[in-house]
Design a protein around this ligand. Sequence first.
Ligand SMILES: Cc1ncc(COP(=O)(O)O)c(C=O)c1O
Length: 409
Amino acid sequence: MRPMTLDIDFVRAQFPAFSEPSLAGKAFFDNAGGSYPCRFVVERLERFYRERKVQPYEAYDASRVAGEEMDEARVRLAAMLGVQTDELSFGPSTTQNVYVLAQAFREWLSPGDVIVVTNQDHEANSGAWRKLANAGIEVREWQVDPATGHLDPADLASLLTGAKLLCFPHCSNVVAEINDVAAITRIAHDAGAVVCVDGVSYAPHGLPNVGALGADIYLFSAYKTYGPHQGLMVIRRALGETLPNQGHSFNAGTLYKRFTPAGPDHAQVAASAGMADYVDHLFASLGKSHAESAERAEAVHDAMRAREIELLEPLLDFVSSRNSLRLIGPSDAAIRAPTVALHHERPGAALAAQLAAHDINAAGGDFYAVRPLSAMGVDPAHGVLRLSFTHYTSSEEVDRLIRALDHVL
Ligand SMILES: Cc1ncc(COP(=O)(O)O)c(C=O)c1O
């Protein structure tokens, strides 16, 4: 079925940044670094700080409502992600969530056990796992094709022999190819391994149905997904109840507290419900009447993706017309996120600075994707120019970006 079409004026009206005078005229192409937050998140955060910035879950009104809003975020987002409420937890960032998980695996695994990591991942889903080698764990690497950045699932058969865990990205923050999480997870499960999927570069392009994908662990960062600065982590029950608890011992019976040892940022957890508000408003704007949470999220996901693919095509056409540019990752818009990393003889950061003079807000560097860039022959110190956008980007902004690139290159 053809996805419904998003109304770009309605979409942009949901983001205070698009009516902020100090940002006027600046086309934003650094979304993979951090997206603009939607108004629901900003409003909820402000209301929480103003009206209920107290210890939550006590009997008095301000405290009770604070706790209810925190619960609301978990209930609604978990339902959209196709998992149970207590399978979703909030931590300070994805990097920190992975770090805690790696400590749990360190206790759970035995010397000689095998885990598999990739060299396509952002360092967040790589470094902490690789450190398990210090505890005698054998760490194998699933390697990208040096020319394309592609991870070939056919390589997994031998790598996964005897492995307990496979860590991989839904989508790399520089290669941007969308990995087939469901298929890769099936291969891992058949081999007896659980999977940990970094969804940080994917979730801003539509919330995935983690339940349907089958991943045991799925992480993403709310601040790149129109929300506050939080890391969201799904841990499916069977694994979450098996891995050793990393929280306070008396909280071991509460699944969503087992892998987030820090006290939660109450206001930001509560404000995360604004991400669910946004999905619901977009769903309503598509003219649909009623559906379950995961179906609403899926309809919005499909509409976001359709719009992004349409916007991405002219940019990729421009890139392929320039011999001086090397596109990192695939040139087919349908199989990648609109996160376009480009290598050029000039350093990525220098190109980004030149674009800024043309009112294009983009970024250059290695983006903590040192391993994939190195594997593809790009010196991380030289870096890439990264042009990243989302469904809220206008076609006029993409046109302006292409004109500015034409000037600068
Ligand atoms: C693909 C990917 N994974 C993980 C991270 C780390 O996320 P956080 O900043 O929440 O630790 C990033 C941040 O840029 C990322 O792009």
